[in-house]
Design a protein around this ligand. Structure first.
Ligand SMILES: O=C(O)[C@H](O)[C@@H](O)[C@@H](O)C(=O)NO
Ligand SMILES: [Mg+2]
Length: 382
């Protein structure tokens, strides 16, 4: 079995999410956007595929960095192939991103699952056949009946509980929303949600911002009083010493790093330096399933939970496979968006959730994406 072709199909589809001037997602008018499907095909016809963001797998990147390392090779040698592409990052001038590396790795794992006739989550270890999700809200906004007030967050939390969620994470208000960022605004939303869900319901906050240490400590202590499970990314994660300081001075569990580069190496450093109480890893942040599993296995050695960042089949596969994690992140959610509605290019969303808040690992071979290939081919733009 040898890899014969590597190609990216870029296709048009609708979206009802818009990005504000700081890059945060919010509900918005339906518009057209593009995504890409990376397809790795072998000489026996076996294919590995993964949907990724449109710019992640540009033709230039495939031609210069991916095909030279994959064509003609054994597709099952995922570790060898990952290193073959990864080493080019050092001299790629930042063009070969962790997201591009992740797309290659996920497509290879999809292919490996199909070759083995097994779902990837089982290939990786299959620790659990289902996992509880937490509802991860969008950032706050100034939309009437959206997420504009603490009461809006509380009302949405009430809806999420009734939908079946057994945990909730808030993203607070960020600029350009007037008055944001403000730890006291964050706290009011968190207190309102605690009030409505009761004292024992797992709650978390992601204010992802650049607060001062003193502001963050104030917020952390208030959330500890409300028995929140964790807070993540309240400061720039490049300042690991700030997180070491926060972790040492706060009663609240601190989770990270989410967006820091450096893959499993960086997360190993955060654990070595006691800069977090829980480790964060997402396949699109660390360069794929292969390094995400290394993050989780490293954390396990120190009895540390590895909370998986982000949604989708790749992150779900890792979350189902490992013992040391709490929930799957499902979102981002908003009162104005029906998250359960498949996108035009999906027959089913990757992470259907039952009424009890569980997401079940699928039994089909591969990553577990259920794609409408007729739609993708009919709306191809390259
Ligand atoms: O902009 C985004 O997509 C969100 O901030 C994303 O990173 C969110 O999923 C997050 O921070 N989760 O922890
Ligand atoms: Mg986050």
């Amino acid at each position: 079995m040898k890899i014969e072709t590597v190609e990216a199909i870029t296709f048009r589809h609708s979206t009802n999410t818009v990005r504000d001037s700081d890059g945060h997602g919010h509900p918005g008018p339906v518009s057209q956007t593009t995504s890409s499907l990376l397809v790795i095909t072998c000489d026996d016809g076996t294919q590995g595929r993964v949907v990724c963001r449109g710019g992640d797998v540009r033709e230039y990147l495939l031609e210069r960095f991916v095909r030279p390392n994959l064509i003609g090779k054994d597709p099952l040698a995922t570790e060898k192939l990952w290193y073959g592409v990864y080493k080019w990052q050092r001299l790629s001038g930042g063009e070969l991103t962790d997201r591009a590396l992740a797309a290659v790795d996920l497509a290879l794992w999809d292919l490996k699952g199909k070759a083995a006739g097994m779902p990837v989550w089982k290939l990786l270890g299959g620790y659990r056949p289902k996992i509880l999700a937490y509802g991860s809200t969008m950032c706050g906004d100034d939309l009437e009946n959206g997420l504009a007030t603490p009461e809006d967050y509380a009302n949405f939390a009430d809806w999420m509980v009734k939908r079946g969620y057994k945990a909730i994470k808030l993203h607070g208000w960020m600029p350009p929303v007037p008055g944001a960022p403000d730890v006291r605004m964050d706290y009011k939303a968190c207190a309102a949600v605690r009030e409505v869900v009761g004292p024992d319901f797992p709650l978390m906050l992601d204010p992802h911002h650049f607060y001062s240490r003193t502001d963050v400590l104030w917020l952390a202590e208030k959330l500890a009083d409300l028995d929140y499970r964790w807070m993540e990314e309240p400061m720039e994660e490049a300042s690991m010493s700030s997180y070491k300081w926060l972790t040492q001075n706060s009663r609240l569990n601190i989770l990270g790093p989410e967006t820091m580069t450096g893959k499993h190496w960086t997360r190993g450093e955060w654990v070595k330096h006691d800069a977090c109480d829980l480790v964060r890893s997402g396949v699109w942040d660390v360069g794929g399933i292969s390094p995400a599993m290394k993050c989780a296995n490293m954390a396990e050695c120190f009895h540390i939970s590895c909370e998986i960042h982000g949604t989708g089949a790749g992150n779900l596969s890792v979350a189902l496979a490992i013992p040391n994690t709490s929930f799957y992140e499902r979102g981002l959610l908003h009162p104005f968006i029906d998250y359960d509605e498949p996108k035009e290019y999906q027959n089913r969303i990757d992470d259907e959730m039952d009424a009890d808040g569980y997401i079940h690992g699928r039994e089909e071979p591969g990553l577990g994406q259920d794609l409408n290939m007729d739609y993708i081919e009919a709306n191809r733009v390259n």
